[in-house]
Ligand binder design. Structure first.
Ligand SMILES: [Zn+2]
Length: 493
């Protein structure tokens, strides 16, 4: 897909022209739409409500169809409402199998030019995605649902660079969606390790280190090794570092849960609960996608993705409920439920990161608990942060990009319930407050590093499409973390 900018009067032919319309504002002000404006005013067929769409077929335009897209009331506009309107437009164009679009970005005094342009473009770019790899070859080679060329009209010269940046970020989101949507068998630890190693060829400032099973044994990462025991693939720890600011000591470490598949282990999940479990490596995909994107944008930050990759399977070698395993940190863990495996592999990864990578802050991202889905649904992820500064920074990034976080308590008193009689900790307590207890478990392995935990079990994989998120893998988190890194880069430079 290629997007560019052009003046309105120099636009070339395209399958559609996208025309934004404010609710309650007469179309008569838009050149060429006077007749349609009168007809629509008379019939009331299109009012410009948020996300409303209407096709017109003008006689003398370079596009055979114009798509009116409602932006809602101008006084209520936000970046998010614009993203949603343009997402609705993208879906309509996909429905007509449109390949090329001329687009008028939204204009409003309520937002800066950059904000409005950015949100308009994001809505289109993020929606312009289809996962066709597992379809028949004819469809795979010709995914007719996608736009191949988007030209933004009447933009500013500076929008060109912004557009290129937005395309890079959208590619990062699509990279994560592709990974998460892939078959579990196609993203095992060895496959993901090889892929992350390839990052080095994409950017000279990325370095990827892989700890294979032998190294994990030397490092005494007993929890990661235990979780993977039932799998026919060897586990690994992927460490992908991008040094965009070599002079600075600041180092953001992002840790992502990478269960390439989670059956629940001997505490086997029931059928429906397993159906989505190829998404259980979304955290790993997100942190790797973020580092890849940060490098592609040449951000002035140092950021490392740490991704423990394992597969939780049933086998004679599977790790067992009731047994106690040694973590990398030295703490021992009694397994009370083999399906609470994500926190185990994260614990070893974070403990390793604290000891070897000198993080100035650490954020882990994980599809960790079903309880967070019950609490916050598919549109909001849980943020557990014991560090106020980090919490504020993430919240600020969240509101800028529209990927919602809700601050959950890291309630110390519940720590008692994660104690074991025969080991230092149990891995799974009672169901009440179980997302909080999972966070408290993780906190045992971060020492004094400023740390935040994002439980995005609800937002990483969707049961139905929502605005600019497509069904299944959403890619949620990449834009949030890139914005967080950009804000950080802005503060230090
Ligand atoms: Zn599990």
């Amino acid at each position: 897909m290629k997007s560019s900018i052009a003046p309105f009067h120099q636009r070339e032919s395209a399958d559609v022209l996208i025309v934004p319309v404010w609710e309650g504002v007469s179309l008569g002000k838009t050149p060429g739409l006077e007749r349609a404006a009168r007809a629509l005013a008379a019939t009331g067929d299109f009012k410009g409500k948020l996300g409303e769409t209407y096709f017109l077929y003008p006689e003398d335009a370079v596009e055979p169809r114009w798509l009116l897209v409602g932006l809602g009331k101008e006084e209520k506009v936000t970046a998010e409402s614009l993203r949603r309107s343009y997402a609705a437009a993208a879906r309509e164009v996909q429905g007509k199998q449109g390949k090329t679009a001329n687009v008028l970005p939204a204009r409003t005094k309520k937002l800066s030019h950059e904000e409005a342009f950015k949100a308009s473009a994001e809505g289109l770019l993020l929606t312009n995605y289809a996962f066709t790899r597992l379809k028949a070859d004819s469809v795979k080679e010709n995914p007719s649902v996608l736009l191949e060329k988007i030209v933004f009209l009447d933009a500013k010269a500076s929008d060109e660079a912004l557009l290129s940046k937005l395309e890079t970020i959208a590619s990062g989101v699509h990279f994560v969606r592709d990974l998460v949507n892939s078959n579990a068998d196609d993203k095992t630890a060895p496959v993901l390790a090889k892929m992350a190693k390839e990052f080095e060829r994409e950017h000279p400032r990325i370095q990827t280190t892989i700890l294979d099973k032998k190294k994990l044994e030397q490092e005494k990462m007993g929890l990661l090794l235990a979780v993977n025991r039932g799998s026919s693939h060897e586990p690994c720890l992927i460490i992908s570092s991008y040094k965009g600011d070599p002079e600075s000591k600041e180092h953001v470490v992002l840790v992502g849960k990478g269960m390439s598949y989670d059956t629940g282990g001997l505490n086997l999940k029931v059928g429906d609960g397993m159906l989505t479990m190829k998404c259980d490596m979304s955290g790993a995909a997100t942190v790797l996608g973020t580092v890849k994107t940060a490098a592609a944008l040449d951000l002035k930050v140092n950021v490392t993705a740490v991704a423990p990759i394992a597969e939780n399977c049933i086998d004679a070698h599977s790790y067992k409920p009731g047994d106690v395993y040694h973590s990398h940190s030295g703490k021992t863990v009694e397994i009370t439920n083999t399906d609470a495996e994500g926190r185990l592999i994260l614990a070893d990864a974070m403990s390793y990161a604290v000891e070897h990578l000198h993080p100035s802050c650490m954020i882990d991202v994980a599809s960790l608990t079903g309880a967070i889905v019950i609490a916050l649904g598919e549109e909001i992820a849980g943020l557990f942060a014991a560090d106020d500064v980090l919490s504020k920074e993430l919240m600020s990034a969240s509101s800028a990009v529209g990927e919602l976080l809700w601050a959950m308590p890291v309630h110390d008193d519940y720590r008692e319930s994660m104690k074991s009689e025969i080991a230092d900790l149990i891995n799974s307590g009672s169901r009440d407050g179980s997302s909080i207890k999972a966070a408290l478990f993780l906190q045992e392995f971060v020492k004094d590093v400023p740390w935040a935990h994002i439980d995005f079990a609800g937002t990483c994989y969707l049961s139905k499409p929502k605005h600019y998120y497509t069904t299944k893998a959403s890619g949620f988190g990449v834009r949030l973390l890139i914005e967080f890194l950009e804000q950080k880069a802005g503060r230090t430079s």
